[in-house]
Design a protein. Sequence first.
Length: 171
Amino acid sequence: MRAARYHGQLRAAEREQAQEQFMSGELPVMVATSAFGLGVDKPDVRWVAHWNFPDSLEERLRTMMDYAESTRCRVQFLREYFGELPGTPCQRCDNCRRPVRPRRRTAVQRVAPVLDKTSAPRPYRQHQLVSHERFGTGEVVKVSGDEVEVAFARYGQRRVLAGYLRLVAGG
């Protein structure tokens, strides 16, 4: 049976060709990451098999909120989400056409950890620079037991378990 593949690590031309062949009916089977199937509107799709899908609903909702609240180029955001390099801003989305300064969140939001839970908590101090796998680099605001409050430039102030942070060199 003829099949194609579709994922974020393929070149754009390869992805486009695979999608065109699938949508036209030339290829009856598509093996793809979840990103492909979420936008397919094809009446003759008989079934879809998901392997390890979905991640937690909470993670999906958080990502959707991050997208909705983002003040950066939406195309760059989506490229990174699908595992691609962000490239240059598109200059077509709402955020590129009408740049907005990021709003600072006033309420501290508790964050579910995203790294391996075997990470041992580290002693952090106020004003140190730390990094988080998802939120990037930020500055320690407050330490309370194994929880660290960090101010991230893009995501505002978040409360994170110490084991999910890494000290930035020179920070």
